[in-house]
Design a protein. Structure first.
Lengths: 246, 352
């Protein structure tokens, strides 16, 4: 089976520092991949390269067979690879619903009457997803008035809205009240099941990511240190030494 | 502004006491503000105001009153179009007067060189404004913040110099004289039409996907791009729309004035006035620019009569006071109040 998202020998340098050193990475359809590693190991850089936020210095990235290397971030998002940010990037001046609807395609001409159904479908989908993560009651509020945890949930909805194939979550649990982390993983499981979307989860919360992921990839100093099912990685001596600790 | 963690635990449940709250004794001001939130009331107010403006000239206004009205309408059109690029997308254009000049010169050059009747030239002004915005915007909209503003100021000054230097073509500092049409009522309706179309267009824009995308670009361009928004397209669209409307208004104003030269078509004061009016009314709001333009022109006329040239001093002080007390402008602060009233009505006091 060919992977849905593949990165071949992706290299990224910041001046003299090699942040990613010929990293190979792949995600299969419907899979949940946990991406862990110490600070500065290149997790967020890999995410940025995959989502085209940063241009890789070398390597190829393919999504569903299509070469997306060097494309615009918005094009990559429309092709089915979306992401969230460490600092949840919701748009505070827009309402919660407007935020959720942002990924609609505005270049399509406004349609009237009977042709209006795509618009209605988008609104219904947004309402459904907002209900799913418990933000339904706040649809008309400005996103800026939401709490940090709620903004993360909203950003998750925004990433899911266009019906992507892969969603990458950068530090999904940071800033989320510990009591709500269980709830968040419940939402993610539900979305994973309902949308049949693959997730890449960059996380420092080891308990959370080992509980969610089908496969764990460990990065260290810009290279893949280990890769495999959570149990296997957990008992890998190199990983314990480099990251997990005794 | 995050309201803290405690509200997170019950995110899905809307407070049930909405109807009861509505009957409670809310402060009068908040109540009046919350009424303004009713779209039907706003549409009704707009229609009534428009009807009044449509019949006003029938009651025999003198020429100076007609000119004052059409000046207000013209500035409503200019400020509202400037607001699309500077307010909605946050790319503050300090050289926007360049489009006003391009509009005036498009009309002037077509009339003199091709001997076109003026009204035939009207469609060309927005087209030339659009093309100029496209050519200049594509490289310049990559610049952020103050760099874009300064670059546009440069474009403005460069075009003024070109209009001066190519005197065989543009008439240089001698300018171009039109055949005068002294019909104040005509221009009253022309500028009223432009103002209404631009303001209604802004209302539509704010609710549309394109408008949301512009606001997203203003708040966080990288985040907007990650949501699948082609930010280059959004910025260029905003800039081209704003530029072509301003060019159209420039050509109409040139015809009303019956004379153009580089000093009046590319005047610095237009840039300053745009920024002042929109800041006063509320940058990035729907009604702010129109409100700011109206208040500014009426205040200016009043102060001009009583204080003469010194009015600028009063004006400067007034503007400082407005910026300090209402940082979001008149419309922005009013909108906040409406939002607050709506939140109160929904029983949100506890969570604040």
């Amino acid at each position: 089976m060919t992977a849905l998202l593949t990165a071949e020998r992706v290299t990224c340098r910041f001046g003299g520092l090699v942040a990613l050193d010929a990293v190979d990475f792949h995600v299969d359809a419907g899979e949940i991949v946990g991406l862990i590693g110490p600070n500065g190991s290149g997790k967020s850089t890999l995410l940025s390269c995959l989502s085209a936020g940063r241009r890789a210095d070398d390597g190829r990235i393919r999504l569903d067979g299509k070469d997306i290397t060097g494309r615009r971030p918005s094009t990559v998002a429309r092709l089915g690879l979306t992401r969230t940010f460490q600092d949840a990037r919701v748009f505070g001046e827009l309402t919660v619903t407007e935020n959720a609807l942002l990924s609609r395609d505005w270049t399509r001409l406004p349609s009237f009457g009977l042709l209006r159904s795509p618009e209605r479908a988008a609104r219904e989908r947004a309402a459904g997803l907002l209900d799913l993560v418990g933000l339904g009651g706040m649809a008309r509020e400005k996103a800026g008035s939401l709490s940090g945890g709620q903004q993360r949930l909203l950003e998750l909805v925004m990433a899911i809205m266009p019906g992507p194939k892969v969603v990458m979550l950068d530090e999904a649990t940071s800033g989320v009240n510990p009591a709500l982390i269980a709830e968040l993983s419940e939402h993610l499981r539900l979305l994973h099941r309902e949308e049949n979307v693959a997730f890449v989860i960059v996380e420092h919360n080891v308990g959370f990511v080992f509980g969610m992921a089908d496969r764990i990839v460990v990065l260290q100093q810009g290279r893949v240190l280990a890769e495999g099912p959570p149990d296997e990685v957990k008992s890998n001596q190199e990983v314990i030494d480099a990251y997990l600790g005794a | 502004m995050s309201s803290g963690t405690p509200t997170v635990s019950t995110p899905g449940a809307p407070p049930p006491q909405k109807a009861a709250q509505r009957l409670s004794a809310a402060p009068v001001r908040a109540l009046a503000a919350s009424r303004l939130a009713d779209p039907r009331l706003r549409a009704g107010l707009f229609a009534a105001g428009l009807a009044a403006l449509l019949v006003t000239p029938l009651f025999g206004l003198n020429n100076s009153a007609l000119l004052l009205f059409s000046t207000v309408f013209m500035w409503i059109g200019l400020t509202s179009s400037w607001n699309i690029i500077s307010g909605f997308t946050g790319y503050v254009d300090f050289g926007h007067g360049v489009f006003f000049g391009i509009g005036g010169y498009t009309a002037g050059l077509l009339v003199t060189h091709l001997e076109m009747p003026f009204w035939y030239t009207v469609p060309f002004a927005p087209v030339f404004g659009f093309v100029f915005a496209l050519v200049v915007g594509y490289p310049l909209l990559r610049l952020r913040g103050v760099y874009f503003s300064i670059a546009m100021l440069g474009a403005f000054m460069a075009m003024r110099e070109l209009a001066l230097v190519f005197r065989d073509f543009t008439g240089g500092s001698g300018g171009i004289i039109f055949e005068a049409v002294i019909d104040r009522t005509l221009f009253y309706y022309v500028f009223l039409g432009v103002a209404v179309i631009v303001v209604l267009g802004t209302v539509w824009l704010r609710r549309s996907q394109l408008g949301s995308s512009m606001l997203a670009v203003r708040e966080n361009e990288i985040g907007a791009e990650a949501r699948g928004i082609n930010t280059t397209m959004v910025k260029l669209t905003a800039f081209c729309v704003a530029g072509s409307i301003t060019a159209l208004i420039g050509s109409l104003w040139a015809y009303q004035t019956a004379f153009i030269d580089p000093a009046i078509m590319f005047r610095d004061v237009l840039l300053i006035n745009l920024a002042l009016m929109v800041t006063l009314g509320g940058l990035g709001t729907v009604w702010g620019p129109a409100l700011g333009a109206t208040v500014f022109i009426l205040l200016r006329e009043t102060l001009w009569e009583t204080e003469g040239e010194d009015f600028l001093v009063f004006f400067g002080v007034a503007l400082i006071v407005v910026v300090l007390t209402l940082p979001k402008g008149i419309a922005g602060s009013l909108a906040d109040r409406v939002h607050l009233a709506r939140a109160r009505r929904a029983g949100k006091e506890e969570s604040r």
